[in-house]
Ligand binder design. Structure first.
Ligand SMILES: [Zn+2]
Length: 306
């Protein structure tokens, strides 16, 4: 089954776009091949406001958000994860408004034990795009209910894209703020050691048992048939895994050689991301005993386990 993405999206940067009576999205001025049309900052509430993912440290985006807030009170800043296109503006917004910053914890502390071991002993590269200055006022945990203003959020820990990634469900809306875990324009980047493919698949499966009707992702349009997309993404990763195993069935290959072998029509600007994704698959396959390697590195040759 081929996965189909919706890449037709032309938001007006900096302008609050109404999604529901009490929900707007403001698109940041950071469009790129990795961030699509720019980070989407969601502002929830009518009087007291909550922002989800304030976005990158951009003066223009800060001004757009402050203009929308106007004389109202921003009470909380919730972060889906600590990538530089999602969390840095939290500090300036907090200074300006006094709102609390809420998130899961640092990317380092949220890594799995296997990834901690791997990253402390070996050269995996990666760690690009992590917001090193993340500062939280409140840490949340999986399955926690967070009551803020008139909303009850359920926190769902969804590691994979990043170890500290969470999705936030708002039950009365049947809506899920899905961050970079599930988006409609592309599959998410999984770059080890902070990205973890095994965790990512489990985090996708977690969403299958839930009943949200709409996802509001960190980039791109809302997803109106979110479960179909979750299923398609699980299938897509399984297909990719098969392609990788086929690619190394007869000869051992490096992640880059595998990319050249299995990615068709790849945008050259996305090649590095594809190499990271393949490395994530290989680490997951290694954990499951399906591939072998002498030593983990981005230039190591991986073989199929017999
Ligand atoms: Zn991200």
């Amino acid at each position: 089954m081929a996965i189909s993405f919706d890449t037709n999206h032309n938001p007006i940067v900096g302008k609050a776009e109404r999604l529901e009576d009490d929900l707007v999205v403001i698109t940041a001025d950071n469009a790129s091949p990795m961030t699509f049309t720019g980070t989407r900052s969601y502002v929830l509430g009518t009087d007291n406001l909550i922002i989800i993912d304030p976005g990158p440290a951009s003066a223009e985006h800060f001004n757009s958000i402050m203009e929308y807030i106007g004389k109202r009170k921003l009470t909380d800043i919730i972060l889906t994860h600590s990538h530089v296109d999602h969390s840095p503006l939290s500090r300036r917004l907090k200074n300006e408004t006094g709102a609390s910053i809420i998130g899961f914890g640092s990317a380092d502390e949220a890594r799995t034990n296997f990834m901690k071991r791997l990253s402390s002993s070996l050269d995996l590269g990666g760690e690009e795009g992590i917001d090193k200055e993340l500062a939280l006022d409140e840490k949340v945990y999986d399955k926690q209910f967070l009551d803020r203003n008139n909303y009850r959020f359920e926190v769902i820990h969804t590691p994979g894209h990043l170890s500290n990634h969470i999705c936030l469900s708002v039950k009365e809306k049947k809506a899920l703020f899905s961050g970079d875990h599930v988006m409609g324009w592309a599959t998410t980047l999984i770059s080890p050691p902070d990205g973890d493919l095994g965790s990512f698949i489990k985090s996708l499966e977690k969403l299958l048992t839930r009943d949200e009707k709409i996802y509001y992702p960190g980039h791109g349009k809302p997803l109106k048939e979110p479960k179909q997309m979750v299923l398609a993404q699980i299938a897509h990763r399984r297909d990719r895994e098969k392609q990788i195993l086929n690619s190394i069935a007869k000869i051992s290959r490096t992640p880059e050689e595998i990319v050249d072998n299995v990615y068709i029509d790849l945008n050259p600007m996305l090649k590095r991301a594809a190499v990271r994704n393949v490395l994530a698959h290989l680490i997951d396959l290694y954990e499951r005993g399906k591939v072998t390697v002498d030593e983990f590195s981005i230039s190591a040759k991986f073989s199929k386990a017999i």
